[in-house]
Ligand binder design. Sequence first.
Ligand code: ADP
Ligand code: MG
Length: 404
Amino acid sequence: MIPASTLWTVSYTVAVIALAASAAGIAALRLLAARSVATSLIVIAAVSMAATLAGVVVIAMEMFISQEDLDVVLTVVVIAGIAGFAVALLLGRRVSAASRLMLGAVQEVGAAGRYRPPPAVLPADLAGLSAELEAAHAQLAEARDRECALEASRRELVAWVSHDLRTPLAGLRAMAEALQDGVVTDRPTVGRYHAQIRRETDRLTLMIDDLFELSRIHAGALRLSRARVGLGDLIDEALTSAEPLARAKGVVLRGSAAGGLPVFVDAAELGRALRNLVINAIRHTPSDGAVEVLADQDSGMATVSVSDSCGGIPEHLPRVFDMAFRGATARTPGPGEGAGLGLSIARGIIEAHAGQIGVRNAGSGCQFVIRLPLASSPVTARRDLQAAAAGSTPPAAGLGLADD
Ligand SMILES: Nc1ncnc2c1ncn2[C@@H]1O[C@H](COP(=O)(O)OP(=O)(O)O)[C@@H](O)[C@H]1O
Ligand SMILES: [Mg+2]
């Protein structure tokens, strides 16, 4: 039985030695902070071996154990230390190899444009980092693709719009010159020229107005003056304003809204989007066809569907919301046709109201569907207040309706 005083001396001595070794180890780790993990692991193995050796030697001297016993103990300590070093080295190499693999994968990002995790089992910490890198790169790639598509459609828009402006301007100039030079003098032709100049000017004004609206939407500068209104009333207004066009084309225009459907929206902007959908539907429906506007509610959202008898949009369905898309290959708009901006504007307006818009082929035509948050639900009431305070609402994702 070892006396308590001896045990105390042994513990005290070993603790002092361990403290000194730890302090030296911490100082060494600080100095080597910028070196590899393997170096740090070797320092740790060296510190524990040095502390054990020093402790054994000092205690052996204090307790006067025989030289043979000391040799045996030292041999055991040295072998254990060597085993520690070997494990530290192995672990260090493994960590270094894993980090080299990750470094390689990160360096390849420049060439491939995307981070691909190394095909090896990584330690959990590095594997977590690698997974995060992969997710961040996937998001970046998605944003880059979106940006490229937007840039391409902007370039297309500029090209098409300049064409759309040049053609009517050339016509206007020719008519003005003919009038000025007295080439046309008979009253009916002069009257026709004047009427044509007026129509073209109106159409150009509408087009420039659409471009201005679209640029405000894209710049995030669309300021909504929201108020609580009945969606049914907005639909009624859109139907009333489109009625003369429907009558002129011989298209039956029907509409019904279930209840008032209160929504918290900018009535002027939403009315513009609705009118756009209804006028498009009438324009693409042959005479004797029908256009139907239905409004309802579904799990806290108001829904409006505009169905026509256009015969369906076969190949271009996903592109109808693109800027300046007009379906036809000929870019010169016919009388009464727009510049292909209406649906981009409608989508911008709906998304600014935290709503969604989609299109699908249904029955004898196509169906545009809008979903908007109802003003009455508690969730939207809170969002409405926040949106009113912020002045606008962030855009929402597309509806993604399937083609029937
Ligand atoms: N209701 C519809 N039925 C069939 N095609 C449509 C309908 N609405 C839009 N489209 C197609 O989408 C294109 C883009 O519509 P829009 O952005 O409103 O531009 P615009 O009316 O000025 O041509 C139209 O030119 C047409 O090809
Ligand atoms: Mg249109």
